[in-house]
Write a protein that binds this ligand. Structure first.
Ligand SMILES: [Fe+2]
Ligand SMILES: [Fe+2]
Length: 184
């Protein structure tokens, strides 16, 4: 990415690439939230906006395409990722940001790559983008506002609580699935 690649140009290209208003609007909200968190916590706001805008480039790919494009790039694909190819959209999104959008900054690429699972270790920029994606205002869950306020005060405290909540939700979901399977 050239030093002065403009956000406006990038936003235009991202909108065309994503090709769906709903997903693009989410990306813009994530970019804005990432910028707010970054400013509050002394993280580079430009990197936060760029990563937020581009984090979901591969989110609308079909499961087949996610697998095929990951294989084409030689990614290791875990069993869980084969069962849930949507998990690959973060790593693949980072590859597309580099290949198609000319983003070479490893910090931006890392934040895109880690926005779904929050893999350790998380840099402040990784945390900013993860939290912006999880807590943008159109996310509808009762803890959202409280977690956002916590994240604005304490970045890694907010990260811990948000990761814990999503782990709890995943556990509940698989318990429900197991129950449904047992009773069918
Ligand atoms: Fe995503
Ligand atoms: Fe997202």
């Amino acid at each position: 990415m050239s030093r002065n690649a403009s956000y406006t140009q990038l936003a235009r290209d991202a909108r065309a690439y994503i090709g769906q208003d709903h997903r693009y609007a989410h990306s813009v909200r994530v970019a804005r939230c990432a910028e707010l968190l970054a400013r509050r916590h002394g993280v580079e706001t430009r990197k936060a906006r760029f990563a937020g805008l581009l984090h979901d480039l591969a989110r609308l790919y079909s499961p087949q395409r996610l697998i095929a494009e990951s294989e084409a790039r030689g990614f290791y694909i875990s069993r869980v990722e084969r069962e849930h190819p949507v998990l690959l959209h973060a790593r693949l999104g980072a590859a597309i940001a580099r290949e198609r959008f000319g983003i070479n900054d490893p910090e931006i690429l890392s934040a895109i790559e880690k926005h779904t699972t929050g893999a350790e270790p998380m840099s402040p920029l990784d945390a900013v983008v993860y939290l912006a994606d999880s807590l943008e205002p159109e996310r509808r869950f009762s803890e959202r506002q409280e977690l956002w306020e916590l994240a604005m005060r304490d970045l890694f405290g907010g990260l811990r609580e948000t990761l814990a909540l999503s782990a709890r939700r995943r556990a509940e979901k698989s318990a429900r699935a197991a129950e449904a399977a047992a009773s069918s």
